[in-house]
Design a protein around this ligand. Structure first.
Ligand code: TGC
Ligand code: FAD
Length: 390
């Protein structure tokens, strides 16, 4: 992590941001430099989530930045949310994951589809991090194709009985609640709020990850779990409900990926100016300049893309296909920059003395979760041609 970090801003994109956006960027950036950068490599190496950051994430407003203040959110616009994700992911994708799952996959569905009672009970505590949530959509046999899910529930008086399992769930091992998507007796998908401690509900941790090592990932297992009917999200059913949550999280990821790319670019630029080979800084060599010039070009394009998408989101005009384009493009951009930047550092690039290798490994998850690179391509293909090629 480069402590003297500044955003590359080749096209004066700062002119498009409000004073509030810049203040949010500065304060989030300072928090990342103070609280994330100094410790994150150690936590990633030991494959442990730095749980002490939860309270601080709540304090900086990273949980539900765009959720209304009356529910404990910060009531900010979508560009502010994006900027926060950008700065947090500059530190580590796993920490951004924690913020975006809590905001877009747990608070968002409760805010959009929850009853007043659910909103009042959960949202304020989720906003401070007093309670943490996770989002259970993916199953062992249904990843890209969630509509085939087999998790299901049956009515039993005032309760439902939930069975099934979810896999690859960020934050599940420590989450207090899980927003779980499961089918009713008519095969219709609903969201349910499942609380830790309910009989038959367990959350085993997934080990041996080479990616997102500072993020905690696990399963959700439901063995005849009795869930009160009042825990079902009443506002929307069908696959469209979880897909709306994914739209919000994917948008945040499009910004987060820029943060990673900026950190890799900055590190490579600084190193190339200091590293002398053949009597000159390697930055004076054309091949290294090509790498740096292409990185800056791609970062600039991605910045403009996410900013414009943020404007569309603010006006409630962003389409799912537009969000897919940005998530797909920006994560791919970041992974390519991480790979090139690592080469600029030569052997030093593989060590934990620099952030690049950790970012690179993290991005293998980011390019897979929230819809794989290829699934987003198929979403775009469908939009362009009208032919569903899934
Ligand atoms: P399809 O038939 O296209 O659609 C089913 C229904 O949903 C509607 N719909 C949407 N509604 C709102 N927002 C969207 N983005 C929507 N996309 C589709 C659609 O109109 C339809 O409505 P209705 O009323 O006709 O029923 O569905 P499909 O089964 O063909 O699948 C479509 C596909 C492949 C695009 C989708 O399922 C998909 O996106 N697959 C990828 C799965 C995925 O992204 N999983 C993510 C899991 S969560 C996660 O990864 C968290 S990581 C967190 C972290 O750590 O940051
Ligand atoms: P599959 O769907 O089996 O895909 C395997 C390959 O086949 C991919 O390359 C895919 O692009 C390709 N493929 C699939 N369908 C097609 C097709 N029709 N045409 C061409 N190619 C196709 N999920 C949650 O619900 N909540 C979470 O919090 C969460 N966190 C995660 C954290 C991590 C670290 C990871 C790695 C995953 C997480 N996920 C989460 C799951 C994630 O969303 C899925 O891994 C992802 O959607 C892909 O599903 P899959 O792994 O089952 O792959």
């Amino acid at each position: 992590m480069n402590e003297s970090f500044t955003s590359p801003d080749f096209y004066n994109i700062d002119e498009l941001l409000s004073e509030e956006h810049k203040l949010i960027r500065e304060s989030t950036r300072q928090w990342v430099s103070k609280s994330v950068s100094p410790i994150i490599e150690e936590y990633a190496q030991k494959a442990e989530f730095p749980s002490h950051l939860i309270k601080e994430l709540g304090e900086i407003g990273a949980f539900g930045p765009y959720i209304p203040e009356k529910y404990g959110g910060a009531g900010l616009d979508q560009i502010s949310y994006g900027i926060m994700m950008q700065e947090i992911e500059r530190g580590d994708s796993g920490i951004r994951s924690t913020a975006s799952v809590q905001s877009s996959l747990v608070m968002y569905p409760i805010w959009k589809f929850g009853s007043d009672e659910q909103k009042e009970k959960y949202l304020p505590k989720l906003a401070t991090g007093e309670i943490m949530g996770c989002f259970g959509l993916t199953e062992p046999d249904h990843g890209s194709n969630p509509s085939g899910m087999i998790s299901n529930f049956k009515s039993d008086g005032d309760d439902v009985i939930l069975n099934g399992s979810k896999m690859w769930i960020s934050n599940s091992p420590f989450a207090d609640i899980a927003v779980v998507w499961a089918k009713d007796e008519n095969k219709r998908i609903h969201g349910l709020i499942v609380e830790r401690g309910m009989d038959g509900f367990t959350t085993p941790e997934t080990h041996n990850k080479w990616s997102l090592r500072a993020s905690s990932t696990g399963e959700l297992i439901f063995d005849n779990v009795r869930v009160p009917k009042k825990n079902i999200l009443p506002g929307k059913s069908g696959l469209g409900a979880p897909l709306m949550c994914l739209d919000s999280a994917r948008y945040g990821i499009s910004w987060g990926a820029i943060g990673v790319a900026m950190d890799c670019y900055n590190t490579a630029l600084k190193y190339s100016l200091e590293r002398i080979q053949f009597g000159k800084p390697i930055a004076a060599k054309q091949l290294q300049q090509k790498k740096l010039a292409e990185m800056l070009t791609e970062i600039t394009k991605a910045q403009l893309l996410s900013w414009k998408l943020g404007k569309l989101k603010n006006e409630d005009k962003a389409t799912s296909a537009q969000i897919s384009l940005a998530k797909r493009n920006n994560v791919d951009m970041a992974i390519n920059i991480a790979r090139e930047a690592r080469q600029v550092l030569g052997g030093m690039g593989i060590t934990g003395d620099f952030s690049i290798m950790r970012h690179m490994m993290n991005l293998e998850s980011v390019i897979t979760y929230e819809g794989t690179h290829d699934i987003h391509l198929l979403i775009l293909g469908n939009e362009i041609t009208g032919h569903n090629a899934f």
